[in-house]
Ligand binder design. Structure first.
Ligand code: SF4
Length: 374
């Protein structure tokens, strides 16, 4: 099972597709070290995310507690404070770190509202590599303004032996966002096709399976059903900064319990968990985020291996690309069926606009919007 811990809703980025930064948590109300101690061991991927986890003063203590509890411990960061990660990478060179970068240069800075962000985070990530980091990479949220940069970013990662994690726009309570809609779905999908082809042209098995993840992103971007059903609450869980445990980071109605008041076992084996499993199997949202896609691709019996459908697609198309044939995307994706949007809200850049964040306290009602993905 995978677990994501949203360690804080404080964030020093001002992204156009994520409103976390407008409603930060109070540090004293964020998930504590004592609560983290209650989490059992044995996870596959355990992700410390946010908000921005490097804003937690106790990040090293968090890593010390969680590192033994997972096969792979990950920190998802905006990369604006790379120096805070240096002692962590020196102590745990195997830790997985992904810096969010949403395009080349000013494109990323505009989307993420980060002044000089690109110029700070790229050298910062390369410095972590010099210090011995073994699992470093970039993470991009693919959208209209950066889809054209995908192949170039992938090649940059290849050159520097970095990974490239991809996602698409999603609505969800974690992002405090309900209006993330692509403007031109087909154009984004075509750019993802180019990335898939580039990934299958390499001699790296991880890249080949990432190509399948990206195939799922095309279905997501076009507004179609998931390629593989979601396995939330079975294969992954989320914990928010107030220690509430959820099946996923999209639907707040999939809350299972609270780790301050309950034990891990009470939460994960209680009656409510059965109801949540049913709600997940009936869920009609077509999310395809790294956490919900990677876990869905896993073979339920041998979690280090993929399910048969992604395996066949990967082998067939790697072979085709290898002998110079094009990938026939239309065999898997129905390009005649693209979701029609109404009321598209243009996302505003906060690069040169500042809005004062308002603290969201633990006792307030949270996640009031309706978070739909199609
Ligand atoms: S498909 Fe449904 S259950 Fe799965 S992550 Fe999305 S909202 Fe959650």
């Amino acid at each position: 099972m995978d677990l994501s811990i949203i360690s804080t809703y404080r964030c020093n980025s001002h992204c156009s597709m994520c409103n976390i930064w407008k409603s930060p948590t109070l540090p004293s109300e964020e998930i504590s070290l004592a609560v983290l101690e209650k989490i059992p061991g044995g996870f596959d991927n355990l992700n410390i995310t946010g908000g921005e986890p490097t804003l937690r003063e106790d990040l090293m203590d968090i890593v010390d507690i969680l590192h033994p509890k997972a096969r792979k411990l990950e920190i998802s960061t905006n990369g604006l404070n790379p120096q805070k990660l240096e002692p962590i990478i020196k102590k745990f060179p195997d830790i997985k770190i992904r810096f969010s970068l949403d395009g080349q240069g000013i494109t990323s800075d505009k989307i993420r509202g980060e002044r000089d962000g690109y110029n700070r985070k790229v050298p910062g990530l390369l410095r972590l590599k010099e210090l011995g980091g073994k699992d470093l990479g970039l993470a991009i949220t693919i959208q209209d303004d950066n889809a054209g940069d995908l192949v170039e970013l992938f090649q940059f990662c290849q050159k520097h032996h970095l990974e490239l994690a991809t996602s698409a726009l999603h609505n969800g309570f974690q992002f405090h966002k309900s209006d993330n809609i692509p403007y031109d779905r087909l154009k984004i999908a075509r750019n993802i096709e180019n990335l898939i082809t580039a990934q299958l042209q390499t001699w790296n098995i991880k890249n080949w399976f990432r190509a399948y993840l990206n195939l799922g992103l095309i279905a997501r971007v076009l507004g179609q059903d998931r390629l593989i059903p979601c396995t939330a609450a079975v294969d992954f869980l989320f914990i928010d900064p107030w220690s509430d445990v959820y099946a996923c980071n999209v639907r707040p109605d999939l809350r299972i319990g609270n780790l301050i008041d309950q034990t891990w076992e009470e939460i994960t084996t209680g009656e409510l968990m059965k109801e949540i499993h049913q709600k997940v199997s009936d869920c009609t949202q077509n999310c395809w985020m790294v956490g919900s896609a990677r876990t869905a691709m896993r073979n339920p019996h041998f979690t280090r291996l993929p399910k048969l459908s992604p395996l066949f697609w990967v082998l067939l198309n790697r072979f085709k690309v290898g002998i110079g044939l094009p990938i026939q995307f239309e065999k898997t994706i129905d390009y005649t069926h693209i979701y029609k949007d109404f009321n598209i809200v243009r996302r505003e850049s906060y690069l040169n606009t500042r809005i004062k964040p308002v603290i969201e306290y633990k006792d307030q009602p949270h996640y009031q919007d309706k978070y739909e993905n199609r």
